[in-house]
Design a protein around this ligand. Structure first.
Ligand SMILES: [Zn+2]
Length: 730
C-alpha cells in the first residue's frame, strides 16, 4: 500500500539519522513518539497482577447466568473505572439450556450405566465443589429419549461417512458414537442427523488428549479417564449467537423465535462422555473392525457395529432465558473520537476456566490498566479505545454476537478494527485475521521479545515454522470461527485479529472441571510470562491502530494471500477431475473388487459424474486488475499528504474490509456476509477461504460454483473501486 513505499523512504532516511525504525502508518516524527510510548507501556506491565486476578476470576465456576459470572462482570467493570475508563455493563437475555436429565446406559447385550461424573482431585478445593460444578453436557442439544443400536463413526466427519458407505454400513435409525477432535464438535451431531442417526455420543479418546499423549491429571496435564469436555453444539456455521434472535440483539423485549423453530438447535440428542464411560460401549460393539486410522488408545479392538451394543440415551434440559453481561469500557480518543479500536476477550467459562478464558482476560486487563496509566500521564489515544469483556461466549459466541447485531450500524460506521484474545499459553505467537493487517502485525511481532528465548516472538515463530516444513515467513492465518471475532469480521465486515501464544502447553483440561488455577500454574504459563507477552503484543497493536497518522492497512500482502486462495481452488478442481477419471477407470476394470478381501463384506462402488471445466477467468481478471489498483495506492507518499487528505484516506481505509462483504451473504447462511473468510459449513471452526466458490466445488455443485464465481467477482469489483478511490486521495 501507500505506506510500503513510504516506509521504504523512511527506512532510508532514518537509517542515517536515527537507529529507530519506521512504523507502518506513522510519519517519521510520530514514529519516534510512538516507539517511546510503546516502550513506556511495556515497562508498566506487571505479571503479578495477572496471577492475582486469575485466582479471583477463576475461583468459582462462572458460566452464563451464574451469580459468580455476574460478580466477575461487576468486578471487571469496577477495575476499568478505576483505570480511567467509562465502563458499563450491557445485558442481553439469551436462551441457555441447563441439563436436567442426563441418562446413558448400555441395554444390550450387556448392561452398563454411564457415570457422567469427573472425579475431584484429592486435596484440591476447585474440583471438590460437587454440585456447584456444571454437569458435563453439550449445550443446544435437543431434548430426546432414544434407544437403538450403536455405530462407531470415528470423528464423525464427512470422510468418515464416505468410509462407512464403502463398507456398506448405514447409521439410519442408529445412535452414533464419535471421538472428539477432527472437527468442531457441533459438526458431529449435525452430520449424524443428516445421515439419519437418532442420537449422538461424543467421547474423548485417550490417544487424542489422554494417556496416549502424556501423564494424566493430576500427575500430568492430560485428560484422566473421568474428564469430560463440555461444549456447545449449536449450528454456528449457520449463525452464532442467541438461537432465538438471529441477526438482531436479544434485548429484553426483542421478538423471539419459538424454540421449536430455532434452526441452530441440534436435530438429535447429543451427550459428551469420558473414556471411562465410552470403553464399555465400544467394547460391546461387533461387526467390521475399524480401519487402522480410526483406532484410538483404549485397550480394545475397535469395531464399527452396528450393534449388537444397544444404548439408551435420555436428555432433558431446562430451557430458560438468562442474562448475559458484557462489560464495555471506553476511553475517548483525543483527535478522532468517532474512530474506535476495539479489543475483546470473553469472561464466561464452562467451569472455572483458568485457561479458557481467564488467562486471556487477565492479559487484556493488564494491557488496559497500563494504557490507562499512560492516559493519566497525558498520553491519551488519538482514536477511541473500547475494551470488552464478553459473556456467554462458550455456549455460542452469544454475548459478542448480540452486542454486534444490536449495534451493527454504529459499529460499521466507527470501528477501525477488532482485536480478539482468548485462552493463552506458553510457546509460539499465533495470529489470524484480516490480511490487510498482516504487515502491521508482522512489524509489531518484531518488537516483542520472547520470554524464553530472548529473540523476537516473530523470529521464534518463523524458526518453528521453517523447522516444521513451512516457509519461515510471517503470515496471518485466515479466520474461521471459534471465538468472539466472528460477529465482527464475518457479520459486520470489521477488519479483525485473533492472537495468542501456545504450542508448549499441551493438556486435556479444555472445558473440563480440571481447567483450574493449580492446573494452569503447573502446566501452562507458570510465571505469566506469556500473559505479559500477550498484553505487550495486543497493546502495541491497539496503540498503533489508535495513534497512526494513516491507518496501518496494507493491501499488497492481502493480494498475494487471496490470489493464493484462488489458485488453491483452481488446482483442487483439476485434482478432483483427475481423481474421478481414475476412480471411473478402476470401476470399469473391476479393480476395487479384485483388491478386496473376498471374506469381508464388499460394496461395489459406482462410477462418479465427471467434473466439468469451470470458468474462473472473471475472478482471475479481477484479481489482475486489483493488483494494478493496489500498486497505484502503494505509490502514494503519505508524508506528502495534507492532514485533510490523510483524514479522507482514513475514513475510506476503515471501511475497506466492509467492501469485501455482500449483503445477501453466503448461500444458505445469509448471516455470514464476508466473501473471503468463513467457518466451513462442514468443518465448524475450520476456515474456508473464498467460501462461496470453494464450498460449492467441494460439494460438487458445479452450477452454484459457476454462479458464485460471478457473485464473488462482483464483490471484488466493488473492493477494487474502493481501493481506486483511496488511491485518488492526493
Ligand atoms: Zn474461550
Amino acid at each position: 500500500m501507500r505506506t510500503t513505499i513510504f516506509t521504504f523512504i523512511l527506512c532510508l532516511t532514518l537509517s542515517f539519522v536515527n537507529a529507530q525504525e519506521s512504523i507502518l502508518g506513522f510519519t517519521s516524527e510520530s514514529a519516534i513518539k510512538q516507539q517511546e510510548l510503546e516502550a513506556t507501556f511495556e515497562s508498566k506491565l506487571n505479571a503479578s497482577n495477572l496471577d492475582e486476578w486469575m485466582q479471583l476470576l477463576a475461583a468459582e465456576p462462572h458460566w452464563v447466568g451464574t451469580e459468580y459470572g455476574e460478580k466477575n462482570a461487576k468486578w471487571i467493570q469496577k477495575q476499568f473505572k478505576s483505570w480511567g475508563y467509562d465502563a458499563k455493563i450491557e445485558t442481553y437475555h439469551v436462551l441457555f439450556p441447563y441439563p436436567k436429565i442426563r441418562l446413558l446406559e448400555l441395554t444390550g447385550p450387556t448392561s452398563y450405566k454411564a457415570k457422567l461424573t469427573a472425579v475431584p482431585v484429592e486435596g484440591d478445593k476447585y474440583t471438590a465443589q460437587g454440585d456447584a460444578l456444571l454437569p458435563s453436557y453439550n449445550a443446544f442439544s435437543t431434548d430426546g429419549d432414544v434407544e437403538a443400536e450403536l455405530v462407531f463413526v470415528n470423528y464423525g466427519i464427512p470422510k468418515d461417512y464416505e468410509e462407512l458407505d464403502k463398507l456398506g454400513i448405514d447409521v439410519k435409525g442408529k445412535i452414533v458414537i464419535a471421538k472428539y477432535q477432527g472437527s468442531w464438535r457441533g459438526i458431529k451431531p449435525k452430520l449424524a442427523a443428516e445421515n439419519g442417526a437418532i442420537g449422538c455420543i461424543i467421547y474423548s479418546d485417550p490417544a487424542d488428549d489422554g494417556y496416549g499423549r502424556g501423564d494424566v491429571y493430576p500427575k500430568g496435564a492430560y485428560k484422566n479417564k473421568t474428564g469430560v469436555q463440555r461444549g456447545s453444539v449449536m449450528d454456528m456455521p449457520t449463525y452464532p449467537g442467541d438461537v432465538l434472535t438471529p441477526g438482531y440483539g436479544a434485548t429484553k423485549d426483542a421478538k423471539r423465535l419459538d424454540r421449536k423453530d430455532a434452526p441452530t438447535i441440534t436435530k438429535i440428542p447429543v451427550l459428551p462422555i469420558s473414556y471411562e464411560d465410552a470403553q464399555p460401549l465400544l467394547a460391546a460393539l461387533d461387526g467390521a473392525v475399524a480401519p487402522q486410522s480410526w483406532r484410538g488408545g483404549l485397550p480394545i479392538t475397535y469395531h464399527i457395529g452396528p450393534g449388537p451394543a444397544k444404548v439408551h440415551l435420555k436428555l432433558e434440559f431446562d430451557w430458560q432465558l438468562r442474562p448475559a453481561h458484557n462489560v464495555i469500557a471506553t476511553m475517548k480518543g483525543t483527535e478522532f473520537p468517532d474512530q474506535w479500536v476495539m479489543r475483546g476477550n470473553h469472561h464466561d467459562a464452562w467451569v472455572h476456566g483458568a485457561n479458557d478464558p481467564v488467562s486471556g482476560m487477565v492479559a487484556l486487563m493488564e494491557e488496559a490498566r497500563a494504557v490507562g496509566e499512560l492516559a493519566k500521564k497525558g498520553n491519551k489515544p488519538k482514536r477511541t479505545l473500547v475494551y470488552c469483556a464478553w459473556d456467554a461466549e462458550e455456549p455460542g459466541l452469544i454475548g459478542s454476537t448480540e452486542w454486534v447485531e444490536d449495534h451493527k450500524k454504529e459499529i460499521q460506521q466507527k470501528v477501525v478494527a477488532y482485536i480478539n484474545t482468548d485462552g493463552n499459553g506458553r510457546g509460539f505467537f499465533g495470529a489470524g485475521g484480516s490480511h490487510s493487517l498482516q504487515a502491521m502485525v508482522g512489524e509489531v511481532a518484531g518488537t516483542v521479545t520472547d520470554p524464553q528465548r530472548g529473540v523476537s516472538i516473530k523470529e521464534r515463530r518463523n524458526a518453528a515454522d521453517m523447522v516444521n516444513g513451512g516457509t519461515g515467513e510471517f503470515g496471518l492465518s485466515a479466520l474461521g470461527s471459534g471465538s468472539d471475532y466472528t460477529p465482527f469480521i464475518q457479520h459486520a465486515g470489521i477488519a479483525s485479529l485473533n492472537i495468542g501464544f501456545g504450542g508448549e502447553n499441551g493438556g486435556g483440561e479444555y472445558h473440563t472441571i480440571y481447567d483450574t488455577y493449580p492446573h494452569y500454574k503447573r502446566f501452562k504459563d507458570p510465571e505469566f510470562a506469556y500473559g505479559i507477552a500477550l498484553a505487550n503484543t495486543a497493546g502495541r497493536i491497539t496503540l498503533r491502530l489508535a495513534n497512526a497518522d494513516v491507518l496501518p492497512f496494507e493491501f499488497q500482502q492481502w493480494h498475494t494471500t487471496v490470489s493464493g486462495y484462488l489458485d488453491e481452488i483452481m488446482k483442487e478442481t483439476n485434482k478432483m477431475r483427475k481423481d474421478v477419471e481414475k476412480h471411473n477407470t478402476m470401476v470399469e476394470k473391476n479393480m476395487f473388487e479384485l483388491a478386496a478381501d473376498p471374506k469381508k463384506p464388499f460394496l461395489k462402488p459406482e462410477k462418479k459424474d465427471m467434473v466439468p471445466y469451470l470458468d474462473f477467468t472473471p475472478l482471475q481478471n479481477e484479481m489482475a486488475s486489483l493488483k494494478t489498483t493496489i500498486a497505484g495506492l502503494s505509490k502514494i507518499d503519505v508524508s506528502q499528504l495534507s492532514k485533510t487528505q490523510r483524514n479522507a484516506l482514513n475514513s475510506k481505509l476503515m471501511l475497506s474490509e466492509q467492501a469485501l462483504t455482500s449483503e445477501q451473504g453466503l448461500p444458505r447462511r445469509s448471516w455470514y456476509k464476508h466473501q473471503i473468510y468463513a467457518p466451513g459449513f462442514y468443518t465448524g471452526y475450520g476456515v474456508k477461504t473464498l467460501p462461496s466458490v470453494r464450498e460449492a466445488v467441494e460439494q460438487k455443485d458445479w452450477k452454484e460454483a459457476q454462479e458464485q464465481i460471478g457473485v464473488l467477482t462482483g464483490t471484488l469489483k466493488r473492493f477494487n473501486a474502493h481501493i481506486q478511490k483511496m488511491s485518488e486521495v492526493k
